[in-house]
Write a protein that binds this ligand. Structure first.
Ligand code: NAD
Length: 372
């Protein structure tokens, strides 16, 4: 197969869909990889490294788009690029046009096929392809660092001749992949960490990292399909906020990572709760770029907002802030996915072939111009 990699065009996107390492894996399996010159620059991967891996470098997107069977991507595909796809081209990426993230109409016109990695089933065979988890891990790590960096206090306990500095108290809300990584990062920096999540498997995972799980008088859930939480009623959320309020007020840093796939992020920290925090405290909201608003009422994606002396940092494409490693992990997920979706070197392409493979059936949102 001829596989393409373009410079990402979505705002604030620094990642690249394949790195030299992952491109090399596909090339070793008999595929050809075409990379737009400079596509890896923002992720610190230069053209020479791609050449050494056996990829071909093209100057313009047009040189690639007319020659490929499969386009790999990370962020939302733009309209102009989609319009230049050769009819019948397949696209693999994270921004599903079925969820309104991408030029659905143009892709239909181009008879394109789209595999959305965010639809990946969480089964053992798909673990190496799990781009949502790899990118959430990057975001969680980064959130821990941002909290430490924005907080005008130490994270660790310090015993000095000038006196003892107590460790910072960090509260992590949402203990999935990102939250667990935020907990681990804050712990490594010496903070005392507490966490809460609504899933009943979360307490054990939180405790295994040496953090304290907050058992609140709120309803818990058995994990839904794929390990995800389900949306809560507004009553349940309001009870949860009430139970969380004293812990938010006592925290030096609150890191929020709570999400329910395809739904608005649960509102866990209101302006009123922020006003009860000590001046200088911080809130880092990883859910801030959810189109319906983040976990904190005051967060704005990509901005630092000050409210009553508390700094609220809203995440915006946080994995891109660590574009190098985020791309390496994403590229590895992408290569594993593409290899798993090929039979005799060709991508699965008929409705029967797609339906017969659990991963293809879940991820294929558009097949030869028809939404599924
Ligand atoms: P996610 O990004 O959808 O959500 C993040 C977290 O927010 C979840 O833990 C969720 O329970 C939590 N949350 C939702 N509403 C909340 C609320 N009101 N208050 C507090 N927390 C709330 O989830 P994720 O991180 O992608 O995955 C969640 C779980 O799925 C993981 O912890 C893991 O157990 C499982 N998982 C399984 C696989 C696999 O089987 N291959 C891979 C990755 C994750």
């Amino acid at each position: 197969m001829q596989i393409g990699v373009l410079t990402e065009t979505a705002p604030y996107e620094r990642r690249v869909a394949l790195t030299p390492e992952s491109a090399g894996r596909l090339i070793a399996a008999g595929h050809s990889v075409y990379v737009q010159s400079g596509a890896g620059r923002a992720a610190d991967e230069d053209d020479d490294a791609f050449r050494e891996a056996g990829a071909m470098i093209a100057r313009t997107p047009e040189e690639i788009l007319g020659n490929i069977d499969l386009l790999t991507g990370v962020g939302q595909l733009d309209q102009q690029t989609a319009a230049k796809l050769t009819p019948g081209t397949a696209v693999v990426g994270l921004a599903s046009p079925k969820e309104g993230r991408g030029p659905a109409g143009v892709l239909v016109d181009r008879h394109a096929t789209f595999f959305a990695l965010e639809q990946l089933p969480r089964i053992t065979r798909a673990q190496s392809m799990d781009a949502l988890s790899s990118q959430a891990m990057v975001a969680g790590y980064r959130a821990g660092l941002v909290a430490a960096e924005r907080l005008p206090r130490f994270f660790p306990l310090l015993m000095t001749a000038a006196g003892t500095v107590p460790p910072a108290r960090v509260l992590v809300l949402g203990a999935g992949v990102a939250g667990l990584q935020a907990i681990a990062t804050a712990k490594r920096l010496g903070a005392v960490v507490e966490a809460h999540d609504v899933r009943d498997s979360a307490p054990e995972e939180v405790r295994s990292l040496g953090a304290r799980f907050l058992t609140l008088d709120v309803e818990t859930q058995t994990s839904g399909s794929g390990g995800y939480a389900r949306e809560q009623s507004s009553d349940a959320l309001s009870r949860q906020r009430k139970a969380l309020a004293p812990y938010v007020a006592a925290a030096d840093a609150v890191i929020t990572t709570a999400a329910v796939p395809g739904k608005p992020a649960p509102l866990l920290v209101t302006a009123d709760m922020v006003e009860k925090m000590r001046p200088g405290s911080v809130v880092v909201d990883l859910a801030a770029d959810n189109p319906h608003g983040g976990n904190c009422e005051l967060s704005r994606p990509g901005e630092d907002v000050r409210h009553h002396g508390v700094l609220i940092h809203g995440g915006r494409n946080v994995p891109s802030e660590l574009a190098g490693h985020a791309s390496r992990l994403y590229g590895a997920n992408m290569a594993a996915f593409v290899l798993a979706m090929c039979r005799d070197g060709v991508l699965l392409s008929t409705p029967e072939e797609v339906a017969a493979d659990e991963i293809a059936a879940a991820c294929c949102v558009l097949l030869k111009g028809e939404f599924r």
